[in-house]
Ligand binder design. Structure first.
Ligand SMILES: NC(=O)c1ccc[n+]([C@@H]2O[C@H](COP(=O)([O-])OP(=O)(O)OC[C@H]3O[C@@H](n4cnc5c(N)ncnc54)[C@H](OP(=O)(O)O)[C@@H]3O)[C@@H](O)[C@H]2O)c1
Length: 474
């Protein structure tokens, strides 16, 4: 059997790939927007393309039996239209290529009370299921996913760990049925082998509980005492700003989640139990423990922020477009290359930015105030990076062993910015590039020149100093 995973660089897609690799006699193919040469060679077929590039879709679906649809365009302004088009393109290409089964993961909830984002997920499910005569569709519906790195879990974790008292909106009493991330991946992987020809909607979730119980359940798991005081005056807008400031998610994600919290998301059919009797849903408390274990052991496979969003739409190799730059050059010995590479790949997160961390934190706070990511996303892993990883408010867009790390700025900026670390011809180059939008962009760059002078110079010098200190210490 050959399966195709679309959304292979996303939170669910990355984990599903790891799980499916345990299956024998299965060929795994991935469709991803990023250049395939950037993906580690780990015994999977990798195709570059996307659901709007029809020829790439046909090529990727050729010879495929089961196609996973784990794609969404939540961060585009017109995401509902894009998601509809994307699903239509996918369905038509699956039919043309003789795919036998589509497996889709959407959200739990009813159409009448659905948020804009959930409505879009429902529309996608309806489109993919609309040709049962030509291709079967198994449509899974999950609510809050509890697992390390999932957006909902990160929000719960940050709120509980930061706030001893929480004044909360009324919606904390809304009921939901969370799913352990491990269960979700198990359902999706077993679905490839299900002996059944008809379409099915499969609702998944564990026990029924309120969002308040989710927050208090996490507090109990980590041994914290927390008090929640629900008040009626919290508007969705205020709640979204509060989540943006207190947690790593940007305003766009916070507001979509808050909108969804107003109505109950409960399992409406027992298909999961009937079709997958071997899976006994993991209770919430245990799902939290599993997530904490993964974080403790720094074994996080994927995070909600791993998908690149629009990062690939920018031409990263063409830094020549950047009008302004700040370059630091430091000569290094050839035998220092490996250590210098390792050192610049450890930048950000808990380690910080090699000096002036307070300034980075202030910049992160300003970003949060404008609804951006800030620096609270940190890193997935303290040492290793891969393309697509988020590092505070940056995204890794190029990584070449012992040579280059290119970060693309995802902070709110009046322009486009990159930060490049490069080892070349016996030198270490650190370059910040900026392409300004209009007058605001130009004023921004010039206003920051004095700060950049200290921050970038200090970063390059301290980075090399840390490498040499490490050698001396050892
Ligand atoms: N995560 C949850 O908590 C959760 C809960 C319930 C349901 N779900 C459902 O699970 C599915 C997957 O969610 P997720 O959290 O894994 O999403 P995600 O992390 O945002 O990943 C989305 C993936 O889709 C890819 N993508 C976006 N547009 C594409 C296009 N036009 N063509 C090809 N690939 C495209 C992205 O590629 P790039 O990396 O290149 O941008 C990324 O790999 C969604 O349907 C979601 O509604 C998720």
């Amino acid at each position: 059997m050959r399966v195709l995973i679309t959304g292979a660089t996303g939170y669910i897609g990355r984990r599903l790939k790891y799980r499916l690799q345990r299956e024998k006699n299965l060929t795994i193919r991935l469709l991803m927007k990023q250049d395939k040469s950037s993906y580690p060679n780990d015994a999977v077929e990798v195709y570059t393309g996307n659901t709007f590039d029809i020829p790439s879709l046909h090529l990727a679906l050729n010879g495929v039996d089961v196609a996973y649809y784990l794609v969404h365009a939540m961060d585009s302004p017109n995401y509902r239209e894009r998601d509809r088009q994307s699903a239509h393109n996918f369905l038509e290409a699956c039919i043309a290529q003789g795919v036998k089964r589509i497996i889709y993961l959407g959200g739990l909830g009813e159409k009448q009370s659905a948020s804009e984002h959930l409505l879009s997920r429902i529309e996608v499910g309806e489109i993919l299921s609309s040709r049962p005569d030509a291709v079967q569709t198994l449509w899974f519906r999950a609510g809050v996913i509890i697992g390390s790195g999932s957006a909902s879990f990160e929000i719960i974790r940050h709120l509980v760990e930061k706030l001893p008292f929480m004044i909360t909106p009324k919606w904390v009493n809304t009921l939901c049925q969370p799913s352990a991330q491990k269960d979700v991946i198990e359902y999706l992987s077993l679905a490839a082998f299900l002996e059944m020809r008809e379409n099915a909607i499969i609702d998944i979730g564990s026990e029924v509980m309120s969002y308040k119980a989710l927050l208090l359940g996490y507090a109990k798991a980590v041994g914290l005492r927390r008090t929640l005081i629900p008040v009626p005056f919290f508007s969705p807008k205020l709640s979204s700003y509060w989540l943006t400031l207190m947690t790593p998610v940007p305003y766009s994600i916070a507001s979509a989640l808050i909108e969804g919290l107003k109505s109950e998301v409960l399992v409406r059919n027992d298909n999961a139990q009937k079709l997958f009797p071997s899976i006994v849903p993991i209770p919430y408390a245990q799902a939290v423990e599993l997530a904490i274990e993964e974080i403790k052991h720094e074994q996080i496979i994927s995070r909600w922020s791993d998908a690149s969003g629009h990062a690939w739409e920018v031409n990263h190799s063409d830094l020549a477009n950047a009008i302004y730059s700040d370059r630091q050059i430091i000569p290094i010995h050839p035998n220092e290359s490996a250590s210098v590479y390792k050192m610049f790949c450890s930048v950000g997160g808990k380690k910080g930015w090699f000096g002036y961390d307070i300034l980075w934190r202030i910049r992160g706070a300003i970003d949060k105030l404008f609804g951006g990511y800030g620096i609270s996303r940190g890193r997935r892993d303290p040492v290793h990076l891969r393309i697509g990883d988020s590092v505070d408010f940056w995204k890794v867009v190029d990584l070449q062993e012992e040579k280059r790390l290119l970060l693309f700025a995802q902070m709110k900026l009046p322009g486009v910015a990159w930060l490049e670390f490069l080892i070349k011809d016996g030198n270490f180059y650190q370059t910040a590039y900026f392409y300004p939008y209009g007058l605001a962009g130009r004023l921004y760059w010039f206003a920051l020149i004095p700060i950049h002078f200290f921050v970038f110079k200090g970063m390059a010098n301290n980075l090399i100093r840390s490498v040499r200190k490490g050698v001396e210490d050892s």
